[in-house]
Write a protein that binds this ligand. Sequence first.
Ligand SMILES: NC(=O)c1ccc[n+]([C@@H]2O[C@H](COP(=O)([O-])OP(=O)(O)OC[C@H]3O[C@@H](n4cnc5c(N)ncnc54)[C@H](O)[C@@H]3O)[C@@H](O)[C@H]2O)c1
Length: 301
Amino acid sequence: MTIDYSGRVAVVTGAGAGLGRAHALLLARRGAKVVVNDLGGSVDGNAASSAAADAVVCEIRDAGGEAVASYDSVATQAGGQAIIATAIDAFGRIDMLVNNAGNLRDKSFIKMGMADFSAVIDTHLFGTAYCIAAAWPRMIEQQYGRIVVTTSASGLYGNFGQSNYAAAKAAVVGMMLSLKDEGAKYDVRVNAIAPVAATRMTADILPEGTPELFRPELVSPAVGWLCAEECTESGAVIEAGGGYFARVQTFESEGVVLGRDCGVAPEDIRDNWAKISDMTQARPFANSMGVIAKVLQNITA
Ligand SMILES: NC(=O)c1ccc[n+]([C@@H]2O[C@H](COP(=O)([O-])OP(=O)(O)OC[C@H]3O[C@@H](n4cnc5c(N)ncnc54)[C@H](O)[C@@H]3O)[C@@H](O)[C@H]2O)c1
C-alpha cells in the first residue's frame, strides 16, 4: 500500500532549505499538512529572515498541498513551544515532528570558544528537546506520534573540528533511544536519520563534483518511512545519502570477567585487551537495562 499522510499534521524544523525542505515537500506531496519552520539565518545560525520558510510554503501550496510558515528559533524553549503551537493553531493537531534544524561552528577544539560550543548544542540538542517537549504531551494524549531526530556521522563516529556538533549529534541519539521506551505504549515512535546530502552545510566538505549524487531528496524517503503510520520501528538510526540506506547500531563485545574482587589491576586490562576488544560475538542491546543484566549474568556465572 502506498504510504500516505492524509489527515496527519507534520512539523519540519529548518525546512526552509536543504534537507528540511526536501522532507517537507515529500510529506506534503503525500497529503500531510505541514508547518515549515525556519529561522532563515546563515549556516552558523546568526541572523534571521522569513524568506526561506515562506518560499517552501509557496512551493507546497503551488503543488496543491497545505502548509504554513513558522519563523521561530528551535534554540529557545519559547521558540519550540511556538513552533508546535503553530501546528495546533493552523491544523488542530501534531502527528509528526521532524527535528532537522541545524547550524555549524566548526573549529578544532583548541580554537573553539565555549560560545561556539553552546550555540551548536543549543540548536541541535536543546532545539530538538524543546520541540519534542512541546509536542510530546499531545502525542501521548492522542496515543500517536512519529518523531525523527537528525544525527550525523560526526555524532556517531566523530569528526575533526566538530567536537561541538558531534557532541550534540550524539546526544540526540541518546535522547531518542530513551524516548523510544517512554513512547512505546502510546504508539509514539522515535527514530533518527544520519544524512549525507549536498547542502550549504556541506558545500566545503563533499568531494568536488559529487553534489548531484547527494541530492537532499534522496535522503527524505527514510524520513517518509519513519513518519509512516505503519512504521512501528522505534530507536533506529538510518544512515541515508545518495540513495544509500543503512542501519547504524551500537554493539558491545562479548567481554571478559577478569575477577570479582578488587585485585584486578590496569595490567590485567592491558594483557586482556585483545579479548576485551574482540567484536566477533558482539551484540546490541534494547536499552541500558539489558547491559546491566548481561554484566550481572557474567559476574555471577
Ligand atoms: N547535509 C549533510 O550532509 C548533513 C549530514 C549530517 C547531518 N546533517 C543535518 O541535517 C540537518 C539539515 O542540514 P542541511 O544540510 O540541510 O543544512 P542547511 O543549512 O541547508 O539547513 C539547515 C536549516 O536549519 C535552519 N536553522 C538553523 N538554525 C535554526 C534555528 N535555531 N531554528 C530554526 N531553524 C534553524 C537554517 O536556516 C537552515 O535552513 C541539520 O541538522 C544537519 O546537522 C546534514
